[in-house]
Design a protein around this ligand. Structure first.
Ligand code: HEM
Length: 139
Protein backbone atom coordinates (compact mmCIF):
# COMPACT_ATOMS: atom_id res chain seq x y z
CA UNK A 1 0.00 0.00 0.00
CA UNK A 2 1.50 3.40 -0.95
CA UNK A 3 2.21 5.87 1.87
CA UNK A 4 0.31 8.81 0.36
CA UNK A 5 -2.96 9.02 -1.60
CA UNK A 6 -2.95 7.93 -5.25
CA UNK A 7 -5.62 7.39 -7.93
CA UNK A 8 -5.53 3.72 -6.87
CA UNK A 9 -6.75 4.48 -3.34
CA UNK A 10 -6.11 6.24 -0.02
CA UNK A 11 -2.54 5.97 1.28
CA UNK A 12 -1.44 4.28 4.50
CA UNK A 13 -0.81 7.67 6.13
CA UNK A 14 -4.39 8.82 5.42
CA UNK A 15 -5.79 5.61 6.92
CA UNK A 16 -3.54 5.86 9.99
CA UNK A 17 -4.48 9.51 10.63
CA UNK A 18 -8.17 8.71 10.03
CA UNK A 19 -8.32 5.97 12.68
CA UNK A 20 -6.08 7.87 15.09
CA UNK A 21 -8.51 10.81 14.92
CA UNK A 22 -11.50 8.50 15.38
CA UNK A 23 -9.84 7.05 18.51
CA UNK A 24 -9.00 10.51 19.86
CA UNK A 25 -12.60 11.73 19.39
CA UNK A 26 -13.89 8.65 21.22
CA UNK A 27 -11.41 9.21 24.08
CA UNK A 28 -12.23 12.94 24.21
CA UNK A 29 -15.96 12.30 24.36
CA UNK A 30 -15.58 9.62 27.04
CA UNK A 31 -13.08 11.55 29.18
CA UNK A 32 -15.23 14.72 29.04
CA UNK A 33 -18.42 12.86 30.00
CA UNK A 34 -16.67 11.15 32.95
CA UNK A 35 -14.97 14.42 33.97
CA UNK A 36 -18.28 16.27 34.05
CA UNK A 37 -19.94 13.53 36.10
CA UNK A 38 -17.14 13.13 38.69
CA UNK A 39 -17.61 15.41 41.73
CA UNK A 40 -14.52 17.48 42.62
CA UNK A 41 -13.58 15.41 45.69
CA UNK A 42 -14.53 11.98 44.26
CA UNK A 43 -12.92 9.57 41.82
CA UNK A 44 -14.21 7.48 38.90
CA UNK A 45 -12.31 4.26 38.13
CA UNK A 46 -9.64 5.49 40.56
CA UNK A 47 -9.02 8.78 38.77
CA UNK A 48 -9.98 12.26 39.99
CA UNK A 49 -11.84 14.89 37.99
CA UNK A 50 -8.59 16.85 37.64
CA UNK A 51 -6.79 13.81 36.20
CA UNK A 52 -9.56 13.36 33.61
CA UNK A 53 -9.31 17.05 32.80
CA UNK A 54 -5.53 16.85 32.33
CA UNK A 55 -5.89 13.85 30.01
CA UNK A 56 -8.75 15.55 28.14
CA UNK A 57 -6.73 18.71 27.62
CA UNK A 58 -3.53 16.87 26.58
CA UNK A 59 -5.34 14.57 24.14
CA UNK A 60 -7.23 17.60 22.76
CA UNK A 61 -3.92 19.25 21.92
CA UNK A 62 -2.67 15.99 20.35
CA UNK A 63 -5.91 15.98 18.28
CA UNK A 64 -5.09 19.49 17.06
CA UNK A 65 -1.61 18.36 15.93
CA UNK A 66 -3.13 15.32 14.19
CA UNK A 67 -5.51 17.66 12.33
CA UNK A 68 -2.56 19.77 11.16
CA UNK A 69 -0.91 16.55 9.94
CA UNK A 70 -4.17 15.63 8.15
CA UNK A 71 -4.22 19.01 6.41
CA UNK A 72 -0.63 18.52 5.22
CA UNK A 73 -1.32 14.92 4.20
CA UNK A 74 -4.38 15.99 2.19
CA UNK A 75 -2.09 18.11 -0.02
CA UNK A 76 0.23 15.18 -0.76
CA UNK A 77 -0.34 12.71 -3.59
CA UNK A 78 -3.61 12.64 -5.50
CA UNK A 79 -7.05 11.79 -4.12
CA UNK A 80 -8.69 8.65 -5.54
CA UNK A 81 -11.61 9.41 -7.90
CA UNK A 82 -15.23 9.55 -6.68
CA UNK A 83 -17.16 6.28 -6.70
CA UNK A 84 -18.93 6.15 -10.10
CA UNK A 85 -22.34 5.71 -8.46
CA UNK A 86 -22.23 9.16 -6.76
CA UNK A 87 -24.04 12.14 -8.34
CA UNK A 88 -22.53 15.66 -8.60
CA UNK A 89 -24.88 16.77 -5.80
CA UNK A 90 -23.55 13.99 -3.55
CA UNK A 91 -19.97 15.07 -4.42
CA UNK A 92 -20.79 18.58 -3.21
CA UNK A 93 -22.48 17.37 -0.01
CA UNK A 94 -19.61 15.00 0.85
CA UNK A 95 -16.97 17.66 0.11
CA UNK A 96 -18.76 20.27 2.26
CA UNK A 97 -19.20 17.75 5.10
CA UNK A 98 -15.48 16.97 5.01
CA UNK A 99 -14.68 20.70 5.13
CA UNK A 100 -16.97 21.19 8.15
CA UNK A 101 -15.36 18.24 9.98
CA UNK A 102 -11.87 19.63 9.35
CA UNK A 103 -12.97 23.09 10.54
CA UNK A 104 -14.71 21.74 13.65
CA UNK A 105 -11.76 19.58 14.67
CA UNK A 106 -9.33 22.49 14.25
CA UNK A 107 -11.53 25.05 16.00
CA UNK A 108 -12.60 22.81 18.92
CA UNK A 109 -9.21 22.34 20.62
CA UNK A 110 -8.20 25.93 19.80
CA UNK A 111 -11.41 27.37 21.23
CA UNK A 112 -11.30 25.12 24.32
CA UNK A 113 -7.67 26.04 25.00
CA UNK A 114 -8.36 29.76 24.77
CA UNK A 115 -11.31 29.72 27.20
CA UNK A 116 -10.87 31.40 30.61
CA UNK A 117 -10.35 28.00 32.26
CA UNK A 118 -7.26 27.23 30.18
CA UNK A 119 -4.99 27.71 33.19
CA UNK A 120 -7.29 25.81 35.49
CA UNK A 121 -8.30 22.27 36.25
CA UNK A 122 -11.87 21.12 35.69
CA UNK A 123 -12.76 21.95 39.29
CA UNK A 124 -11.81 25.56 38.61
CA UNK A 125 -8.52 25.54 40.54
CA UNK A 126 -5.18 26.09 38.86
CA UNK A 127 -2.66 23.27 38.99
CA UNK A 128 -0.62 25.42 41.39
CA UNK A 129 -3.53 25.31 43.85
CA UNK A 130 -5.07 28.78 43.53
CA UNK A 131 -8.68 29.07 42.37
CA UNK A 132 -9.04 32.21 40.24
CA UNK A 133 -12.09 30.92 38.40
CA UNK A 134 -14.88 28.77 39.76
CA UNK A 135 -16.63 27.07 36.87
CA UNK A 136 -20.36 26.62 37.25
CA UNK A 137 -20.95 22.86 37.12
CA UNK A 138 -23.83 21.25 35.26
CA UNK A 139 -26.13 19.11 37.41
C1 HEM B 1 -10.66 17.58 19.45
C2 HEM B 1 -10.54 18.01 20.69
C3 HEM B 1 -11.67 17.98 21.70
C4 HEM B 1 -12.86 17.32 21.68
C5 HEM B 1 -13.43 16.38 20.60
C6 HEM B 1 -13.54 17.66 22.93
C7 HEM B 1 -14.80 17.17 23.30
C8 HEM B 1 -15.47 17.54 24.43
C9 HEM B 1 -16.78 17.05 24.81
C10 HEM B 1 -17.63 16.07 24.00
C11 HEM B 1 -17.11 17.65 25.98
C12 HEM B 1 -18.38 17.39 26.79
C13 HEM B 1 -19.43 18.44 26.53
C14 HEM B 1 -20.69 18.15 27.33
O1 HEM B 1 -21.02 17.00 27.53
O2 HEM B 1 -21.31 19.11 27.74
C15 HEM B 1 -16.01 18.51 26.36
C16 HEM B 1 -15.96 19.26 27.51
C17 HEM B 1 -14.87 20.02 27.91
N1 HEM B 1 -13.67 20.17 27.26
FE1 HEM B 1 -13.21 19.31 25.48
N2 HEM B 1 -12.75 18.51 23.66
C18 HEM B 1 -11.60 18.74 22.95
C19 HEM B 1 -10.52 19.51 23.33
C20 HEM B 1 -10.42 20.19 24.54
C21 HEM B 1 -9.25 20.93 24.95
C22 HEM B 1 -7.93 21.11 24.17
C23 HEM B 1 -9.53 21.45 26.15
C24 HEM B 1 -8.53 22.31 26.90
C25 HEM B 1 -8.74 22.97 27.94
C26 HEM B 1 -10.89 21.05 26.51
C27 HEM B 1 -11.57 21.37 27.69
C28 HEM B 1 -12.85 20.99 28.01
C29 HEM B 1 -13.56 21.39 29.23
C30 HEM B 1 -13.02 22.29 30.34
C31 HEM B 1 -14.83 20.78 29.15
C32 HEM B 1 -15.95 20.90 30.18
C33 HEM B 1 -16.81 22.09 29.82
C34 HEM B 1 -17.93 22.27 30.86
O3 HEM B 1 -17.62 22.58 32.00
O4 HEM B 1 -19.09 22.10 30.47
N3 HEM B 1 -11.39 20.28 25.49
N4 HEM B 1 -15.02 18.41 25.40
Amino acid sequence: MPLVNSPAGYGALTKLLHWLMALLILLQYTSAKIMLRTPAEATTLGLSQDTYYNWHKSLGLVAFLVMLARLANRRMGELPPWAPTLTPLEHRIIHRTEQLLYEALLIMPLAASSMPWRETTASGCSVSGTCPIRLARRR
